[in-house]
Design a protein. Structure first.
Length: 411
């Protein structure tokens, strides 16, 4: 039985936890900054981007070949067209195509004055110094028209878009050198527990190695963040308070692992109840029920997201909730879930929403399947390492026949 909530939500549904995270993230949205395009990859746009330059900026050739006037095809069908110059991509001189004439042209080069069509190099023949173009060529063939891709004033990118390689190229094609993005959150990472020893140190009786710090730091880096790892916190409320006070005034987001349930040494809920505003504590998740979100108070301006201590619970709650919070702080929309079909039957025998580990694969017909891992306990890290997705199974007991479509969170 969980202690009294003192007015904040407890044992909430996954959808409600997501809703509250979205609200808090919007209230704490990070300020914009301008970054050079070379450093903006993966960042979230802080404002819309409109075209200031038509693309293409001029009519140009889509193929290597010859630019000509389409009206001349019927007239010159027998004797061909007279080449009067060359036009290459890059700076150009004045060059015009008159009646019965053509110009050798390369891909991307501006169309010479008077020309309206291009014949591909491999489709023409040269006879007695003249260019013969086969009949039936359509007017405007192999010409990229000015403004065909976008016109001045067109909306190119929308606030909240993630800057992918192609979106950065779109900005560069407009002549932009930098772009306004939301600042990425600074993140402090704490692991807690007297039982933790650092890898490489002697392992005493009752001790375990600290795998959560390595895992969570890697997950944060995969999300494009640059986290700072703090020393492991002992199960001492005074030392916890001192460390969280320091981090709460220096970082945007403070993540903790462990010490967030209702045991004798789980001091974080009481500490945050007294010194911050708890948004929610515990959710109907398996694994990951003891998760807590807090803000404000005397611990600084940081948000505090306290994750459970079991390593699979850390994986699940970060992917399902923590990453959503970090994205929301940057104005990024929630990442859509993928869908896959269960590779075999599965019986869900408990009431909480479950993040079951599984491995994605192609069924051979182009459809995505997911194979559940039977080792579903929250301490079974090997099962998580053998998997590459969390299968999201809805609340309530249920039999899932093989072939059932289920949401998945790939990792």
């Amino acid at each position: 039985m969980m202690p009294a909530s003192d007015g904040f939500p407890t044992r909430i549904a996954y959808d409600e936890a997501c809703r509250l995270i979205d609200v808090v993230a919007a209230q704490h949205r990070l300020s914009p900054e301008r970054l050079p395009l070379a450093r903006a990859h993966g960042h979230v746009l802080a404002g819309d981007v409109h075209a200031v330059l038509a693309q293409p900026p001029f009519d140009n050739a889509a193929m290597d070949g010859f630019a000509y006037r389409h009206v001349d095809l019927a007239v010159a069908a027998g004797k061909g067209l007279l080449p009067v110059g060359d036009r290459f991509a890059g700076p150009v001189s004045q060059l015009a195509v008159g009646p019965g004439q053509c110009v050798r042209i390369t891909t991307g080069a501006p169309l010479p004055t008077g020309a309206d069509s291009v014949a591909a190099k491999e489709d023409v023949s040269l006879v007695d110094g003249r260019v013969r173009i086969p009949p039936g060529e359509s007017a405007g063939r192999f010409v990229r028209r000015a403004g065909e891709d976008c016109r001045v004033g067109d909306l190119l990118l929308t606030r909240g878009d993630v800057l992918t390689a192609t979106r950065l190229a779109l900005c560069a094609a407009q002549g932009m050198t930098d772009v306004a993005v939301h600042r990425r959150p600074t993140v402090a990472v704490f692991t807690t527990g007297d039982e933790l020893a650092e890898p490489g140190m002697p392992l005493g009786p009752g001790m375990i190695y600290n795998a959560n710090r390595v895992q969570l730091m890697a997950l944060l880096r995969e999300a494009g963040l640059e986290p700072t790892a703090w020393p492991t916190l002992p199960d001492d409320p005074g030392q916890m308070y001192s460390a969280l006070l320091h981090a709460g005034h220096a970082f945007d987001l403070v993540l903790t692992c462990g010490g967030v349930s209702a045991g004798e040494k789980d001091h974080l809920p009481q500490l945050l109840r007294e010194r911050a505003h708890i948004v929610f504590w515990t959710a109907r998740l398996k694994p990951g029920m003891p998760v807590l979100l807090a803000e404000g108070g005397t611990l600084g301006n940081a948000l505090f997201l306290c994750l459970p201590g079991n390593p699979v619970s850390v994986l699940a709650t970060w992917l399902a909730l923590g990453r959503r919070l970090a994205d929301g702080l940057q104005g990024r929309a929630p990442r859509p879930l993928r869908s896959a079909r269960l590779a075999r039957d599965w019986d869900k025998r408990h009431g909480r929403l479950e993040f079951l580990r599984g491995r994605l694969r192609d069924d051979g017909n182009g459809l995505l399947q997911v194979e559940p891992n039977a080792a579903d306990a929250s301490h079974r890290m090997r099962a998580a390492a053998d998997s590459d997705a969390l299968i999201v199974l809805e609340e309530g007991t249920r039999h899932y026949p093989a072939g059932t479509a289920v949401p998945v969170i790939a990792y």
